[in-house]
Write a protein that binds this ligand. Structure first.
Ligand code: PRT
Ligand code: ZN
Length: 285
């Protein structure tokens, strides 16, 4: 029987969350023990653990059918593969930074200057788009020390909290790219492999939807039900059940995490009581 081959980062910032995502989708597989290939016991997949930089090439060549990487790695690789799903974790940005004492007034600062990076393709594209003529110094790591040792005038590197820049006396001045983890896939999957991928994507979306929403239960005087229903932007019309207490009902619905506090405030004002909010494990629409 065919198996969907999934490439995950072996060890690094994406590893734990990639494995957790597959586990939340109900896939059981042995993890750890330094294995390079493993199989799921309850879903037709084989998992390959690789360096993230190798994943685009392996997916393009169908050594793996799909993989999980940062968008930054995908774009830098320039491989002809597609994004099947954005995964909403490991968010970061690829940014330009300069020594903090520099009086920076815009991208033109970099004209005729040197920028150190491990992302030459993305950076060159960005500079060309903006009409900046700078020298791109390609290095393989520890980019943040390049200006301090006189290798470059600025850097282009991944930033998340900003503390690496800060502790190296650098200041973020421009953002080249926003990135998050994505599932990439080969563009020419056989139909039976595509079918397995579709089943997996269905589960991934159900897990993500569940994380983005909460289940809410509350009590409302019958006279205020209409107003409360108007506040709740539920996916369907809410469930209403009579309470033993005369003149009151219990109302159940789903609300999005994003609007959560706003909605709670409005509900209280409208007379809702006994509000319970509970996490949803899976959400199938
Ligand atoms: O060994 P392998 O090649 O597989 O891993 P790697 O070392 O190339 O990658 P890894 O594990 O560091 O990162 C994997 C992916 O995580 C990246 O491609 C990004 O998509 C994403 N990501 C999210 C990050 C960061 N946040 C991040 N903070 N990747 C790197 N960093 C580094 C950055 O390079 C800099 O050195 O962290 C430092 C900055 O962090 P702050 O928090 O100090 O700003
Ligand atoms: Zn890497």
């Amino acid at each position: 029987m065919s198996k969907l081959k999934i490439a995950l980062q072996k060890s690094g910032r994406l590893s734990e969350k990639s494995v957790a995502l597959l586990e939340e989708c109900g896939l059981k597989f042995p993890n750890g023990g330094g294995k390079l290939i493993t199989e799921s016991s309850n879903f037709p997949v084989e998992i390959l653990f690789l360096r993230d930089d190798d994943i685009p090439q392996y997916v393009e060549q169908k050594v793996a059918h799909i993989g999980i990487i940062g968008e930054n790695v995908l774009l830098e690789s320039r491989k002809d593969i597609s994004i099947s799903e954005k995964l909403n974790f490991s968010g970061c940005r690829l940014s330009l930074a300069v020594p903090k004492e520099i009086d920076y007034e815009g991208l033109s600062y970099f004209n005729g200057r040197k920028i150190a990076t491990t992302y030459p393709n993305i950076l060159s594209g960005y500079l060309a788009e903006n009409g900046i003529s700078a020298t791109v110094e390609v290095i393989s790591g520890s980019v943040e020390i390049a200006p301090g040792i006189g290798l470059s005038d600025g850097i282009c590197d991944i930033v998340s909290s900003g503390s690496t820049l800060l502790s190296n006396g650098l200041r973020e001045v421009d953002s080249v790219l926003r990135s998050q983890a994505v599932m990439v896939s080969n563009k020419n999957l056989d139909p039976e492999i595509q079918l397995i991928l579709d089943r997996l994507l269905f589960r991934i979306r159900a897990v993500r939807k569940a994380k983005e929403n909460k289940y809410i239960l509350l009590n409302s005087p019958n006279g205020r039900l209409e107003e409360i229903i108007r506040i709740l932007p539920g996916m369907n019309s809410p469930t209403i059940l009579p309470l033993a207490k005369e003149g009151w009902s219990s109302l159940h619905s789903v609300i999005s995490e994003e609007k959560f506090w706003e909605i709670i405030d409005e509900l209280k004002e409208a007379g809702a009581e006994g509000i319970l909010v509970v996490p949803i494990e899976k959400m199938i629409l």
